[in-house]
Ligand binder design. Structure first.
Ligand SMILES: *[C@@H]1O[C@H](CO)[C@@H](O)[C@H](O)[C@H]1NC(C)=O
Ligand SMILES: *[C@@H]1O[C@H](CO)[C@@H](O)[C@H](O)[C@H]1NC(C)=O
Ligand SMILES: [Zn+2]
Ligand SMILES: [Zn+2]
Length: 363
């Protein structure tokens, strides 16, 4: 059993280190260190994987292997829950008598399996030729009229995106989640949130119950927590490992969930964040203009660029075509966008509660 725990621990440490390198590796502080070098090597590994996948596996590699992640995760959870029930709960139930604790524990376990199944198996909102018109309008800033998906050959509704892993377009695309090997979109964002809540509940409650057992053992043995875990008995060792695992991962999951609540508050999807930061960049360099009381093929915003000849032209945000040059400039009233907050409205942000209602699809 202990070797399995060592395996799980090693797995956690390795994945933690890899994520840390991916997230923090290109910070200026790490310039010249091995961490930075590893981070620089990552894109070429990713590129090699992508070409192999494309050339030999029709881009299906990720989807097939993708199921190993939720399967492995549930296997680890199951092994941990089994050991917790067999080893830790006998001690726990000598300390707490409340039946409620027992019932809530079973509810917590059932909820994780239910939420995972729903999140993995649900349809995120696959777009087909029969998909009815979207309820969202293209805002002409990050989504545009008459955009086709070149793979699916369907019109892309506002806020949708093609997922290259799943191989289809998804309504109100948020992101492709590796933990559930499924896209998170219009119809299953609620199951994704339930999945997060169920995991926070499992990890938080697990941490609390294991903590309760460890505190009682501390009183009984009169030793420090660390010595209780490493130098008393096997049950305390397992309980201690669970306590540490649950405490660490409940923090990570909570931070991730808080991030999503923030996106709900801002009325953006994960997918739209990048697009908005491109718009912010254009505003910052003073290159975004609005066509006042006018539009060209429905487009109402243009980007100012200076050609090599020195001429200023205004290009489409949709396809970079030149829409306005010296010749037709007098026909339009252009207003420079000075600030994203003051001059642009996120039409998709309808306030936190409406955003939440919309995203979890309650009508
Ligand atoms: C644009 O239209 C608004 C009213 O719709 C008007 O107040 C404004 O003066 C117009 N601007 C220009 C440049 O024509
Ligand atoms: C402009 O918008 C209308 C109505 O939304 C749409 O029918 C039309 O196809 C759009 N035109 C272009 C060029 O995108
Ligand atoms: Zn597509
Ligand atoms: Zn996907």
């Amino acid at each position: 059993m202990i070797s399995l725990f060592s395996f799980i621990l090693v797995l956690c440490v390795v994945s933690g280190v890899v994520s840390a390198i991916v997230i923090f590796g290109d910070l200026p502080n790490f310039r010249g260190t091995p961490i930075h070098k590893l981070r620089l090597g990552l894109p070429s590994v990713v590129r090699l994987y992508k070409t192999t996948n494309e050339r030999y596996f029709n881009n299906k590699l990720q989807l097939w292997f993708g199921y190993t992640v939720p399967t492995a995760y549930m296997a680890v959870v199951t092994v941990c829950i089994y050991n917790f029930l067999v080893k830790t709960t006998p001690v726990l139930f000598t300390i707490v008598e409340s039946k409620l604790v027992r019932y809530y524990m079973y509810f917590t376990i059932a909820l994780v399996y239910l939420a995972t199944t729903l999140a993995v198996c649900s349809d995120p909102g696959k777009i087909t030729a029969n998909t009815e018109a979207s309820k969202f309008k293209n805002n002409q800033l990050i989504f545009f009229d008459n955009k086709m998906c070149s793979t699916c050959r369907v019109l892309k509704p506002a806020r949708s995106k093609h997922c290259s892993t799943c191989g289809h377009c998804v309504l109100l695309f948020d992101h492709h989640c590796v933990w559930i090997n499924n896209c998170v979109g219009y119809y299953n964002y609620k199951w994704f949130l339930l999945f997060l809540v169920a995991n926070i509940n499992l990890l938080g409650y697990g941490s609390y119950l294991c903590g309760t057992v460890l505190v009682s053992q501390k009183l009984r043995w009169g030793k420090s927590f660390w010595n209780i875990i490493v130098a008393t008995n096997a049950v305390n060792k397992i309980t201690g490992v669970f306590f540490l695992l649950c405490s660490i991962f409940v923090c990570i999951t909570t931070i991730f969930t808080a991030l999503h609540l923030r996106y709900l508050y801002l009325g953006v999807t994960t997918n739209e964040l990048d697009k908005w930061s491109d718009i912010e960049y254009l505003v910052r360099i003073g290159a975004l203009y609005e066509l006042e009381n006018n539009s060209i093929d429905n487009e109402t915003y243009v980007e100012k660029v200076t050609l090599q000849s020195g001429e200023d032209v205004f290009i489409s945000l949709k396809n970079n075509e030149i829409l306005i040059n010296r010749a037709n400039l007098p026909l339009y009233n252009l207003r420079k966008i000075e600030s994203v907050e003051r001059d642009l409205i996120n039409v998709y942000d309808r306030g936190f509660w409406n955003n939440l209602r919309e995203r979890i699809y309650i009508h």
